[in-house]
Design a protein around this ligand. Structure first.
Ligand SMILES: Cc1cc2nc3c(=O)[nH]c(=O)nc-3n(C[C@H](O)[C@H](O)[C@H](O)COP(=O)(O)OP(=O)(O)OC[C@H]3O[C@@H](n4cnc5c(N)ncnc54)[C@H](O)[C@@H]3O)c2cc1C
Length: 383
């Protein structure tokens, strides 16, 4: 048994597509248990973006939230290949049998494959003053704001955020802080198609956010469906008054969510289900996956990290290196929204336990610190 284990540990080849939260969590947990395995990570980008901190770029350089994947490859001893892998679901069955990926003229063999490509982002910004998530991952918001402030005249700047989900709200507070500190005259607007802000969150939390938005003079326009751009202006279908409104815009930020693409179905070990068959060598984790049994599937970094860890454990089990491993059963333990650098609100434990102000900020900082430690190889998650 010992000889078999040693041979397997030396020879195991694992390929992970996607170096986001789920992909990196899989690598880090696997590397701890398999010091000799050959792990290859493929990503279309050269850096891992800590996307949950994207709103920090209203004040800080983009480089602060981007980690070169080559640096992580050295830290966790994996081979990094920068490549966009294009595939449709039937390809997964073919990979299960062939146990190899073909990238241009390169063949990469594997014993286990992990698909952790996240959820595709919708592209919305077309005008020269409009940015969506892809744009904000390339252009630092702090630089855009600096330019806008430098060019401002006596007329108040008009900044519009389209999409008032958690991301839009975090950005609104981060931008408000910058503009207020610069003593600039501005109008900051948040547009959303829904009648009620953050309707999936507890009412106490929503009330707190609404109060803070009012205090900061961030104007919310509910029931406003974005129809398109007219030059640099924005056109909305105002469902409240059943009219079309045109909004002047000096800067437009689009946070209209992810593309509606069906996730890969998987069992509670993270193995892909395809046409009623379990693909024993092909795993999936993170936003691109839906586990059919017990655990939480919401598209959060917390679930992506837990699924990544579950996949790593289940690869060890499938390879015969551990005999038992619990299925993925993770339930969300909280969600905290940052409302600028000095305030936050959220729930911890269950949705009746609301934290706000300093305790919420401290909890948010602890979550961030936990992730920084994980990227250094230290897992201090409690669950
Ligand atoms: C702005 C923003 C703020 C957020 N804030 C929070 C928050 O505060 N709390 C929270 O819990 N969640 C938050 N989320 C959600 C959270 O970030 C996601 O749930 C998490 O990133 C999912 O991790 P993942 O690994 O599945 O996917 P991702 O992190 O999206 O990683 C996918 C990786 O796969 C790569 N990739 C994709 N397609 C291919 C391909 N074809 N070939 C090669 N590589 C590919 C991508 O480049 C990327 O590196 C936020 C999301 C956004 C966009």
């Amino acid at each position: 048994m010992k000889t078999t284990t040693t041979t397997m540990q030396t020879g195991l080849k694992i390929v992970i597509i996607g170096a986001g939260y789920a992909g990196l969590a899989t690598v880090i947990h696997l590397r701890k248990r398999l010091p000799n395995a050959h792990i290859t990570v493929i990503d279309q980008h050269a850096a891992h973006t800590i996307i949950t901190r994207l709103h920090h770029t209203a004040q800080h350089p983009l480089a602060d939230i981007q980690l070169p994947l080559q640096e992580l490859a050295t830290r966790f001893d994996f081979t990094f290949v920068q490549h966009a892998v294009s595939f449709e679901a039937p390809q997964l069955l073919a990979w299960q049998h062939s146990k190899c990926l073909q990238l241009d003229d390169k063949t990469i063999e594997f014993d286990y494959l992990v698909v952790a490509t996240g959820a595709p982002l919708g592209a919305h910004a077309k005008a020269s003053n409009g940015y969506d998530l892809a744009g904000l991952s390339q252009h630092c918001l702090a630089t855009l704001l600096k330019k806008l402030i430098a060019q401002s005249t006596n007329t108040a700047l008009v900044l519009n955020i389209i999409g008032a989900g958690p991301t839009g709200i975090q950005f609104a507070f981060a931008i408000e802080q910058v503009l207020t500190r610069c003593h600039i005259a501005y109008q900051l607007n948040l547009f959303d198609g829904q009648a009620q802000l953050l309707d999936a969150f507890p009412a106490t939390m929503v009330r707190y956010v609404e109060q803070r938005l009012a205090e900061k003079k961030i104007t919310v326009f509910p029931r406003h469906y974005f129809k398109g751009e007219q030059g640099t202006d924005l056109v909305f279908d105002d469902k409240a008054s059943n009219s079309i409104t045109v909004q002047r815009s000096d800067l437009s930020l689009f946070f209209l969510g992810k593309k509606d693409v069906s996730p890969l179905q998987a069992n509670s070990s993270g193995q892909v289900l395809s046409g009623g068959q379990v693909l024993t060598r092909v795993f999936t984790a993170g936003d691109c996956s839906h586990y059919v049994d017990l655990g939480a599937n919401a598209m959060t970094s917390q679930n992506a990290l837990r699924k990544g860890k579950a996949v790593a454990r289940n690869i060890l089990r499938e390879a015969g290196l551990v005999h038992f491993c619990l299925p993925y059963m993770h339930q969300e333990v909280g969600y905290i929204l940052s409302l600028g650098t000095d305030d936050a609100v959220g729930w911890i434990g269950n949705k009746n336990i609301i934290v706000q102000g300093l305790p919420a900020m401290m909890a948010k900082e602890m979550i961030e610190a936990q992730y920084d430690l994980l990227l250094k190889g230290i897992d201090c998650s409690l669950f």
